[in-house]
Design a protein around this ligand. Structure first.
Ligand code: DOR
Ligand code: ZN
Length: 353
């Protein structure tokens, strides 16, 4: 491999948040700049809980896609206590819904309408298993007596392991894993149980969040863990194991909502997603594993073809922007102001305010 440039099959983002309305004019072009497709999370202020809602959201998204782009939004539905088995069949039959997102009620941004008890929707998981529609899991318990740093590991023991035993053929993506326990669980599971990994969980640990002052722009959920977990994530992401693939969890919030006495959770990374992953993979001496992770493994899991175009990253020092336009306001992106070592060639330029 030429050490000054890296050409990859165009990657996909298997977990992102675009928001709605005015935000889409920025989030959609930014997503389409590097990626071929994106699994669009359904946690809008009014959850995307029906196929009809997802299809109309998809139209609003496509209306903001740049003219020359063939980027595709892959839609998801938000699972609630009231979702019907018939709705899941409608979703599958549409051919445009690629996964059903499980949020434990109260776990994160716009999750109040989430499922109150996972075991209470087992009849719906039965339906997903027979339809062959993946369950996308936010894997944290919400019990107030469980420490925030333990919530993923406890979720695996109490809920995910039993679920995997009960539904031995259900396709599951454990979204944005953050722990050694998450990495081990997926590594030891059959191929239909996979995980996405974000750039922030590869590049940072909780010291980056908390030592020397609280950095609200590194606050996301599940929260950054201690460095042994970061190391475990780096190990599996760069291992070539097809059960691990790229999902940025790029989650925009206005700067004012994050720089606040009660800052909200989410890191925005679509200004430099591939550059940030390249940074992490290079530190591990594993740039040769980036294409599998970013461009192949997720497509294989979802049964979709690889993208037929490529992107090229070149070795070039540049400074990530301090601010990105976001609807009628702006936000502070991940690694704002930091010097990055890789840069994607050309493409549409980013709009900075
Ligand atoms: O940090 C997060 N932000 N985690 C999530 O699960 C949701 C996301 C958001 O929507 O802002
Ligand atoms: Zn997310």
């Amino acid at each position: 491999m030429d050490s000054s440039s890296l050409t990859l099959t165009r990657p996909d983002d298997w977990h992102l948040h675009l928001r709605d309305d005015a935000a889409l004019q920025h989030t959609v072009p930014n997503a389409a700049r590097q990626f071929g497709r994106g699994i669009v999370m359904p946690n809008l202020a009014t959850p995307v809980a029906t196929t009809a809602q997802a299809l109309s959201y998809r139209e609003r998204i496509l209306a903001q896609r740049p003219a020359q782009s063939s980027w595709q939004p892959l839609m998801t539905l938000y699972l609630t206590d009231n979702t019907s088995a018939a709705e899941l069949k409608t979703a599958k039959d549409s051919g445009l819904i690629h996964g059903i997102k499980y949020y434990p009620a109260g776990a994160t941004t716009n999750s109040d309408a989430g499922v109150t008890k996972l075991e209470g929707v087992y009849h719906l998981l039965e339906q997903l298993q027979s339809l062959g529609l993946p369950l996308l899991v936010h894997g944290e318990v919400t019990d107030s007596d469980v420490d925030i740093f333990d919530r993923e590991a406890v979720f695996i023991d109490r809920h995910l392991a039993p679920l995997a035993r009960t539904f031995p053929e259900l396709a599951v993506v454990m979204e944005h894993i953050t722990t050694r326990e998450g990495a081990d669980f997926v590594r030891e599971s059959p191929a239909h149980i996979a995980a996405t990994i974000t750039p922030q969980h590869l590049l940072y640990n909780r010291n980056h969040l908390l030592v020397g002052g609280i950095r609200p722009h590194l606050y996301c959920l599940p929260i950054l863990k201690r460095d042994i977990h970061q190391q475990a994530l780096l190990q599996v992401a760069t291992s070539g194991n097809p059960s691990f693939f790229l999902g940025t969890d790029s989650a925009p919030h206005p700067r004012t909502s994050k720089e606040s006495a009660c800052g909200c959770a989410g890191c925005y990374s679509h200004h430099a997603a591939m550059e940030l992953y390249a940074e992490a993979f290079e530190r591990e001496g594993a740039l040769d594993k980036l294409e599998g992770f970013a461009s192949h493994h997720g497509a294989d899991f979802y049964g979709l073809p690889y993208n037929d175009s490529t992107i090229t990253l070149v070795r070039e020092s540049w400074q990530a922007p301090h601010s990105i336009a976001f609807g009628d306001t702006e936000l502070s992106p991940l690694a704002a102001g930091d010097t990055l070592q890789w840069k994607m060639l050309e493409g549409q330029s980013l709009e900075t305010p």
